[in-house]
Design a protein around this ligand. Sequence first.
Ligand code: PMP
Ligand code: GLN
Length: 379
Amino acid sequence: LKSKLPMVGTTIFSQMSQLAAQHQAINLSQGFPDFSPDPLLLDALAAYSQQGFNQYAPMPGIPALRAQIASLVQRCYQRTVNAEQEVTVTSGATEALFVAINAVVQPGDEVIVFDPAYDSYEPAINLCGGKAVHIALTAPGYRINWQQVAEAITLRTRLILVNSPHNPTGMVFTPQDWISLQQLVLKHNLYCISDEVYEHVVFDEAPQLSANCFADLAARSFIVSSFGKTFHVTGWKLGYCVAPAALSAEFRKIHQYVTFSSFTPAQHAVADMLAQQPQQVSGLARFYQHKRDHFVNVLHASRFTLLPCQGSYFLLADYSAISDLDDVSFCQWLTKEHKVAAIPLSVFYQTPPTARIVRFCFAKQDSTLNAAAEALCRI
Ligand code: PMP
Ligand code: GLN
């Protein structure tokens, strides 16, 4: 078979998690919590399943969940969205991103992505015959130079794909970033996909902003999020896309043939949580800020230099005081010899800078973080 993705192998997340398991290492590589979700959520899932909610959900998602998503958007961003027409429930943010990219990108179109970029964007762009135009962000701040973005726009540019809070760097957009993005999207008649899966994980009292907050940007955006991150259930693969009715209609044409609909009992359980436990969402930033601060604290005595983390549940660490190895080799060595798995940063770049930086996931129990830090401080 002639490969449609000749440059693609197994994702770094599968590779590193497998290596971690093989060497009984503490797995701070792939991003997922090692603690349980709220028992109320698990009870609700079981109850809905036992009560017979086991058949196909409506294609765009059950009405109760879409209504709760619309309320969440209203609460967090004061934007009114129509749950009927503008909200679609998907099988994780991964599906939403894939579908949104397919809805927009035509053969020959260019899509601006910022490196380090989450790994699922480019293969989806390529499968539509599009071309990713990479703009590299660099340590320690990973800020976007919007003048550079303006210069990268051509007549073929169709879409800008942004991600704030950013995986893997923890960078969070300022209000000015959103305004600059909006200006470019309007000026050049572009579309935007805003990957906001860590939207509720913003630290240090920074404002929680979203493409939802900027009306002219929202009018041309597919805004993607994930309940996997919000409720500590990455394995449930439940996410959603908010987009204006005309864009959502195109989105749904594709969604209905990719998955048709998403796991029914989980949709009911999450709708109940959003209705009955809104503080779980509003408390998420504080919860993860505690984890970030704890992890930074216990790594203080190590020879890693920690980079700033404004949001998400990832922390970057520079290991140049420890080793001259390239980051892929360093992560393998760290997993095998020191029993801690991390993700090399270079894999998220088209043209990797020479920095020696790895990503740790701190969505872990304090005991896991302590054990990892103990090993990392011995190096
Ligand atoms: N985008 C980013 C930036 C992510 O970090 C992730 C998950 N790690 C996703 C999308 C995919 O989310 P989901 O697991 O809901 O498919
Ligand atoms: N998003 C997760 C991460 O960044 C991994 C998701 C996956 O394994 N595909 O680690």
